[in-house]
Design a protein around this ligand. Structure first.
Ligand code: ZN
Length: 294
């Protein structure tokens, strides 16, 4: 007998990653298409999942997205800078098109859920997932549940202390020098006036600067939420040596104030995503598997 198949979709601003997983979250098939006009893009996605006979579809979407069940615009993309996608009824279109239950969350929460179920935050009740790439996203797993608040977390826009001597004005269009405005990939390229990501790390002090910003965020989240684990994802966090430096700086910033996390075991507290680079699509697939109600 053929095993059950679960669809996962990572819905991004520049590309759509689709995958089919088995019951255990193993990726059986995957495909990527560029994000173009909503109608043709969604049609392509629906066709992919219909052909592959999935039981459910889980979606991790770029935001902001309406996740409030009671809202008349539940499941819609909200005021994204990608204008053609504003107010697109993503959930409804996929559900009607694919004819299977669809579960929608943010791309960050989907990746976090993948790490909780199958990756580095297995068995943990209080965890944060931080992705650092073209933007910065933070997802929270608190008391054994995904946290949404009134919309969803936008932790990339937290205020953080500047790295000593850093005079970069910040490039967030909304807040200038928020976390994302100072430490996401585009902020690093602009600050150092370089074009390629690998050139960033040749600049003197860049590793310390970036580690400082991520460690500031981890320290604030840990003080506020008493986290047991932090998972780091995204292209920037894949830089060799960065996670280790972030651990050291976080231990310094926590300043021996708390008994937990143990500053001698920071390698148990801050971990790179175990499912990298598939945490987003696998997470979306297991979200669909675990939370579809029909
Ligand atoms: Zn911002």
């Amino acid at each position: 007998m053929k095993g059950l198949r679960y669809g996962g979709l990572e819905c991004g601003g520049t590309k759509m990653v689709m995958a089919v997983c088995d019951e255990k979250g193993t990726v059986l098939d995957t495909a990527t298409i560029p994000t173009q006009a909503p109608d043709e893009t969604l049609e392509h996605i629906v066709a992919y999942f219909k052909e592959r006979d999935v039981q459910t579809l889980g979606v991790g979407a770029f935001g902001p997205v309406d996740l409030n069940f009671a809202s008349p615009t539940f499941g819609n993309i909200l005021n994204t800078p990608k204008l053609a996608w504003q107010n697109v009824p993503l959930l409804k279109t996929l559900k009607e098109g694919a004819g299977v239950p669809v579960v929608l969350d943010t791309d960050v929460n989907a990746a976090l859920y993948g790490e909780v179920v199958l990756g580095g935050a297995k068995g943990i009740d209080h965890a944060a997932y931080i992705t650092v790439g073209t933007g910065i996203g933070i997802g929270l797993w608190l008391n054994g549940r995904l946290y949404h608040g009134s919309l969803h977390s936008e932790g990339g826009h937290m205020r953080i202390a500047r790295f000593p001597g850093d005079t970069f004005e910040g490039n967030c269009p909304f807040h200038k020098d928020c976390l994302e405005g100072m430490a996401a990939g585009p902020a690093l390229l602009k600050r150092y006036n370089v074009e390629k990501p690998e050139e960033i790390w040749k600049q003197e002090g860049s590793m310390d600067l970036e580690s400082h910003y991520i460690a500031e965020a981890i320290t604030d989240l840990t003080m506020l939420l008493s986290l047991q684990r932090v998972i780091l994802g995204g292209g920037v966090c894949d830089t060799p040596g960065l996670v280790e430096r972030i651990r050291e700086m976080t231990a310094e910033k926590l300043g021996d104030y708390l008994p937990r996390p143990d500053k001698n075991q920071m390698d148990q507290f801050i971990l790179p995503a175990a499912l990298y680079p598939n945490q987003g699509i696998v997470g979306a697939a297991v979200l669909g598997r675990d939370f579809s109600t029909i």
